[in-house]
Design a protein around this ligand. Structure first.
Ligand SMILES: Cc1cc2nc3c(=O)[nH]c(=O)nc-3n(C[C@H](O)[C@H](O)[C@H](O)COP(=O)(O)OP(=O)(O)OC[C@H]3O[C@@H](n4cnc5c(N)ncnc54)[C@H](O)[C@@H]3O)c2cc1C
Length: 384
């Protein structure tokens, strides 16, 4: 096999960013995608590319990893946060807090944008190609999550409301997580996320929807339900046999605090491509560029689980009094201080990933996904 041939399994953001960068460097790239299109794990729902985890703006970050903006990419600066008593807090930021993107099969989704960039770069995508065996030669595996550490349940809908975002912190409707509303150009996403009590997802969503109506004057037209899950863990083996590279959520790369995994996915895809192009070590690149952020994210998660509704209220009050939240958030996400170093070993002991012993921990449980027979995470388990 030509040494400049790479097979990539999974056409998510991680696999596609790897493909784009390799093809631009004259590699012959084939992406195997088990579905008939990209983005089929998603439902036209809006997500946010965070702009608080690096000093550089997320737009510069995307450029630095070879991604052009050919998809819906809307800056969001002003919005509201609500505590468990429905009290409103305004957050002030000197740059967008996040960039809204769409996920799924619609033309301007992130997924379709990356697909267009990959095809333009000369990548060959094989649809409905679900390999049961890892091919020979260099292979990048980016098949997404393998188990659910957090789940989301929500609706996408049409609305006449202006562009807007809101975040809700209340353990009764989003246990150890948050609910969110994102409105863009007449369409909206409203969902609640749960880091525990998955079997209560329906009730949590109903409570969250009630809170939305109490706090925002928004019309909901033509709602469609959606759900999803994210997975994070510390993967010791990021490569196998010097030829197989694990990227994105398949490698456990996710933001443990909030589930903002898109940047991790795309960054790891880029690093895998760089390691192949330059002959450098992928685990070393991840150790430098991804692992410290993952560790800080885990510490932040541990702290967050200790707050409860009273703690969320205090934090919201403090942050709403700041003139600019961005430098504080950036520091919290990249500064590896002595406190974090001391905490990390204990937090790692506390953390129980749901992916254990190569088994999906969801098996036979009564959560929403199992009840509806949605065991996609098992399908995603090539060579896991
Ligand atoms: C409801 C929800 C909301 C989210 N919100 C945000 C947010 O606001 N901000 C953020 O940053 N992140 C968010 N995330 C997380 C983010 O979507 C993921 O971290 C990101 O999509 C992971 O990218 P990936 O490429 O690793 O995997 P995926 O996007 O899951 O892509 C994997 C691809 O591999 C394919 N595949 C799987 N198995 C096989 C196989 N055996 N053979 C061939 N193909 C296969 C799948 O069909 C899929 O196309 C959210 C996730 C969910 C579920």
């Amino acid at each position: 096999m030509n040494s400049k041939t790479v097979n990539i399994i999974g056409a998510g953001p991680a696999g596609l960013v790897a493909a784009i960068n390799l093809a631009k460097n004259d590699y012959k790239v084939t992406v195997h995608e088990m579905k008939k299109n990209v983005g089929m794990r998603f439902n036209g729902d809006f997500q946010g590319i965070d702009n608080w985890s690096t000093e550089e703006d997320a737009q510069e970050f995307l450029e630095s990893i070879g991604v052009s903006i050919n998809f819906r990419f809307a800056p969001y600066t002003n919005g509201d946060f609500f505590d468990a008593l429905a009290e409103r807090y305004k957050i002030k930021t000197s740059r967008p807090l996040f960039y809204l993107v769409e996920r799924g099969t619609n033309e301007w989704s992130l997924d379709q944008g990356l697909k267009r960039q990959a095809l333009e770069a000369g990548v060959h995508i094989k649809w409905n190609s679900r390999l049961t065996k890892v091919p020979d030669g260099q292979v990048i595996i980016g098949t997404g999550p393998k188990a659910a550490d957090a789940i989301a349940k929500g609706i996408v809908f049409e609305t006449t409301h202006e562009n807007y975002y809101a975040g809700f912190l209340d353990d009764d409707m989003a246990p150890q997580a948050y609910a969110y509303l994102l409105v863009n150009e007449g369409r909206a996403t409203f969902a609640t996320c749960l880091f525990k009590s998955f079997s209560n997802a329906e009730e949590c969503f109903e409570r969250a929807l009630k809170r939305l109506h109490e706090t925002a004057d928004i019309d909901i037209n033509n709602p469609k339900e959606f759900g999803g899950y994210v997975n994070f863990f510390f993967n010791k083996a990021l490569t196998k046999d010097n030829r197989i590279y694990y990227v994105g959520e398949n490698a456990g790369f996710q933001d443990a605090l909030w589930g903002f995994g898109m940047r991790y996915a795309m960054h790891s895809g880029y690093l895998a491509a760089q390691s192949i192009i330059e002959g450098s070590s992928y685990p070393d690149l991840c150790k430098t560029h991804i692992q410290p952020k993952m560790e800080i994210g885990l510490i932040n998660r541990w702290m967050f689980t200790r707050l409860g509704n009273k703690g969320y209220k205090k934090v919201l009050k403090i942050v709403s009094e700041k003139e600019d939240l961005i430098p504080i958030m950036v520091k919290r996400h990249i500064h590896y201080g002595i406190g974090n170093r001391i905490l990390l070993p204990f937090v790692k002991l506390w953390f129980r990933p749901r992916l254990k012993d190569k088994q999906c921990m969801h098996k036979n449980c009564s959560c929403l996904w199992c009840k509806h027979g949605k065991h996609d995470m098992l399908e995603a388990g090539i060579d896991c």
